[in-house]
Unconditional design. Structure first.
Length: 398
């Protein structure tokens, strides 16, 4: 089909710039209200904290704590509540920092919770809030750029309400459409699909994979290391581009040796104490990479194999999707609902991206602006390899 033959062109036009690998900005908070006292635990992903410093520099705990101190709090009767405690560094999962605060408010007044952190840096930032109200009720809410203050009274004018199913659908959509690495991978899948049937195979495999691991991660059955997953997501992007180059040059062995050999060298460096991802993880990735490129490079029609391959890639990306939910401690009673909502949003985002690319390509073909597929495929594949390798190396040694 002519339209599908030039899908790669739209992929090139829509490919995000080489800036941040993932622009989704999010934090998590837990608020406990007891009488006129408000206790707050605020969790910041390490990657989020790095927004506070210039590229290449890591913020100190003091720097992050001081930043939060000026932007978090509570008010009662129109006056700010006094800070009684904090910011104090608490224990957190690997890849996160946790800060604790306590506020003393005027008694007998309606309490409002305030969170303005990171909205001045990223207007689309989201804070997932869990709140225990004065009467012991447990509710969930979202702080956004349009809603930085919430009433802590269930009887107030702005009552706390559980974030709805559709709120999590929206989060899933936003996770795809603001995640540069996930969008790059999806556009890479479009790039290797020469027919509608091929595209159906890769999207099916990817959906099955990420749906499975999203459920496993959020339910606590499997707990991945976020920094490992981010690096592996970048590797999948590079591999999509490398596959196209191997087929175009008809040199799958050379490309497989280059990628697999690089991962083996990184494993040796890690054993020698030069940091990076665990050596066994790198060796396993090298073995998979070499075999993947060799097999797809020698097959006349790798479309059916890609169901399995993109299933594996989907497993990795599923952990990436779950990273934004792992720190939320979702209530067991609503876990299935919120998980389905978020995953539905991810699927809607994926389909929107694919359909949007298809529409742009269709219009460009009608306007006779389409370029030959081989040229666009080679250029886009080289770009995918470059950006994927850059992200993989930078994340491996972050």
């Amino acid at each position: 089909m002519k339209v599908l033959a030039f899908l790669a062109l739209a992929a090139a036009l829509l490919m995000p710039a080489l800036a941040n690998a993932h622009t989704l900005s999010e934090t998590h908070s837990a608020w406990h209200i007891a009488g006129s006292t408000v206790d707050l635990t605020f969790t910041v992903p390490d990657q989020e904290a790095k927004r506070l410093t210039p590229p290449g520099r890591n913020p100190t705990d003091q720097m992050v704590g001081d930043y939060l101190l000026k932007r978090l709090g509570a008010s009662a009767g129109g006056k700010p509540c006094a800070i009684a405690y904090g910011p104090e560094k608490g224990s957190a999962a690997q890849g996160y920092s946790r800060f604790e605060f306590s506020y003393a408010c005027a008694p007998g007044k309606e309490i409002f919770l305030i969170d303005k952190a990171f909205f001045d840096i990223v207007p689309s930032h989201i804070n997932y809030a869990q709140i225990v109200t004065g009467d012991g009720s447990f509710v969930e809410q979202l702080f956004t750029g349009d809603q930085t203050t919430l009433s802590a009274s269930v009887n107030g004018d702005n009552p706390l309400q559980n974030a709805s199913f559709f709120s999590y659908v929206g989060l899933g959509i936003r996770h795809i459409l603001t995640g540069v690495d996930h969008m790059s991978f999806l556009l890479g899948l479009i790039l290797i699909s020469r027919r509608l049937k091929d595209l159906a195979f890769v999207v099916t495999g990817f959906t099955l994979g990420h749906s499975a691991t999203l459920a496993l991660a959020v339910t606590g059955i499997v707990r991945p290391h976020p920094e490992y997953i981010d690096a592996l997501v970048a590797l999948t992007i590079a591999l999509i581009g490398a596959e196209n180059i191997a087929v175009s040059l008809r040199r799958p062995g050379t490309i497989a040796l280059a990628f697999g050999g690089t991962l083996v060298v990184m494993a040796i460096m890690q054993v020698a104490g030069l940091g990076g991802l665990p050596a066994l993880l790198l060796l396993g990735a090298g073995l998979f990479t070499g075999n993947y490129l060799m097999i797809t490079g020698h097959l006349q029609d790798a479309a059916r194999l890609r169901v399995v391959v993109t299933l594996v890639f989907g497993l990795i990306h599923g952990f990436g999707f779950a990273s934004s939910l792992l720190e939320m401690r979702l209530p067991t009673g609503r876990l299935a609902e919120l998980l389905v909502g978020f995953n539905t949003g991810v699927e809607v985002g994926q389909l929107s991206l694919v359909l949007g690319v298809s529409l742009i390509v269709y219009l460009m073909v009608k306007m006779k602006l389409a370029l030959p597929r081989p040229i666009v495929t080679d250029v886009c594949s080289a770009f995918l390899v470059c950006i994927g390798v850059f992200w993989f190396i930078s994340r491996s040694y972050a």
